[in-house]
Design a protein around this ligand. Structure first.
Ligand SMILES: C[S@@+](CC[C@H](N)C(=O)[O-])C[C@H]1O[C@@H](n2cnc3c(N)ncnc32)[C@H](O)[C@@H]1O
Ligand code: SF4
Length: 450
């Protein structure tokens, strides 16, 4: 089957499966009692992970799909930080013990627009309420355009071990079309600043499918940034969802590459990174073999969470900040999204949760199947069904959905073992979707798979 037919058949609007069920299946819930129960029920000896969301940027990139807004001055940031510090105390109070933490992740938005003193103060609060001494990875998302020497020092002082830098593209013409001017030298300077303070684990985010972007631009960017030797890169396809993110209307739709162009950019970008010594991981990550994510993938420990791929072993991720999503053994919890509403809840002394989703036994089973496919591109259904207490035939309806993909060479099905092939890898999300029991009504709201 030729490439065009594959794209028309499998480049569907499906979720990225950073959770299952996805956030579209979370439901609004009144009161914070259920979340207090979840937090209070975390076993004493369990190591947990923390996610802190900082939803501010200095300027809006027009492609941006994150929960963020532009902060023109310091007032909204300071007010947010005061609420975040209060939320840390509230959550710790609901837990009732000083839990050990294995991972801390700051995302956004742009956490690095916090001043060095503010970053240090929030971290001090975290350390007071949680035992950070056992934290093996402390990661921060950073914008190379605004990362100062002072902040690099504050990150190092707080024990940050990994920084993820947004690069996207080095093409000047594309940068102008997305409102993000960022020459190579600025990226190199940020890398130099971080390495000088001893932060050597660096990730870069790259994108394809941007307006005016050509395959050659994706390859040139991949090759140039590989020269800076980050330990890990992500290559994300631009998700154009202007009905959810109105600022994306500033992107000229006629300049977006078509489905065939996006597919070519993904393959060419991936090949360029692999030629430069990076191993492909899951759907969109690339890492040096010595990187912790590559090691986790090789050892079958790779997992998927709201930050994408991770080697975080903890079943508990506590989300802090407006819109932050947390994960518990029993399900998911999402904080209030609108910043003023989130602040109001916090200052009223309530845990600022707005939505939750408990997991049924079938959700847990399907979620694990989808996670295995998204991480290792292979899943053996029978032992999983057995472990979850289901008969071997329970997912045969989903297997039947994959018959067409098997015929087209995207997957190999041996009994009830599924392996995604090299032809199938770019369509991984569409393949995983065969196991999604909720997809049909939600499908049209997602971005394309490739
Ligand atoms: C929170 S930002 C990274 C840190 C910092 N704010 C920056 O941009 O430099 C997270 C990443 O998500 C990716 N991203 C944002 N919007 C996207 C979209 N609409 N489609 C695909 N990827 C997107 C970008 O690669 C971006 O670097
Ligand atoms: S991509 Fe990063 S810097 Fe740009 S608007 Fe989104 S969060 Fe902010």
């Amino acid at each position: 089957m030729d490439r065009r037919d594959l794209i028309s058949r499998y480049d569907r609007r499906v979720p990225r499966y950073t959770s299952y069920p996805t956030a579209l299946q979370f439901h609004p819930i009144a009161g914070d009692g259920w979340y207090r129960d979840w937090l209070g029920g975390i076993p004493q000896d369990m190591e947990v992970s923390l996610y802190l969301h900082v939803p501010f940027c200095r300027a809006m990139c027009w492609y941006c799909g994150c929960h963020t807004r532009v902060a023109k001055d310091e007032q909204p940031v300071q007010s947010y930080v005061a609420a975040l510090r209060r939320e840390i105390a509230l959550v710790a109070g609901a837990i009732g013990r000083r839990l050990a933490v294995c991972r801390v992740h700051w995302g956004g938005g742009t956490p690095t627009l916090l001043s060095p003193a503010t970053f240090a103060a929030i971290f001090e609060d975290l350390s007071r309420h949680f035992d950070i001494s056992t934290t093996v990875e402390h990661a921060v998302e950073a914008d190379p355009r605004t990362l100062t020497d002072g902040l690099a020092d504050a990150l190092a002082a707080a024990g940050v071990t990994r920084v993820s830098l947004g690069v996207q593209t080095l093409s000047d013409a594309v940068q102008r079309r997305i409102n993000r001017l960022q020459p190579f030298d600025q990226v190199a300077a940020a890398v130099g600043r971080l390495r000088r303070v001893g932060i050597g684990n660096l990730n870069f985010d790259l994108m394809y499918g941007l307006p005016g972007q050509a395959t050659g631009d994706v390859v040139a960017t991949a090759e140039a940034v590989a020269g800076l030797s980050p330990s890990r890169l992500a290559l994300f396809g631009y998700a154009h969802v202007p009905w959810m993110k109105p600022h994306q209307k500033r992107i000229e739709e006629s300049e977006l590459p078509d489905a065939g162009g996006r597919f070519e950019q993904l393959l060419a970008g991936a090949e360029a990174l692999e030629r430069s010594g990076y191993h492909r991981i899951g759907l969109d990550h690339f890492a040096r073999p010595s990187d912790s994510l590559a090691r986790a993938a090789a050892e079958g420990r790779l997992r998927r969470n709201f930050q994408g791929y991770t080697d975080d072993p903890s079943p508990v991720l506590i989300g802090l900040g407006a819109s932050a999503i947390g994960q518990m053994p029993d399900g998911y919890a999402q904080n209030v999204v609108a910043i003023p509403d989130w602040e109001r809840e916090v200052f009223a002394g309530r845990l600022p949760v707005a939505k939750m989703r408990g997991l049924s036994p079938e959700d847990a089973l399907r979620g694990e199947v989808i996670e295995r496919l998204m991480c290792g591109l292979v899943v053996d259904l029978v032992p999983l069904l057995d472990a979850h207490g289901y008969p071997p035939t329970f997912l045969d309806d989903s297997l039947r959905i994959l018959e067409e993909a098997a015929g087209d060479g995207l997957v190999e099905v041996d009994g009830r073992r599924i392996r995604v092939t090299e032809t199938g890898w770019p369509f991984l999300r569409s393949i995983a979707a065969a196991f999604d029991a909720y997809l049909a009504p939600a499908e049209s709201r997602h971005a394309r798979a490739v």
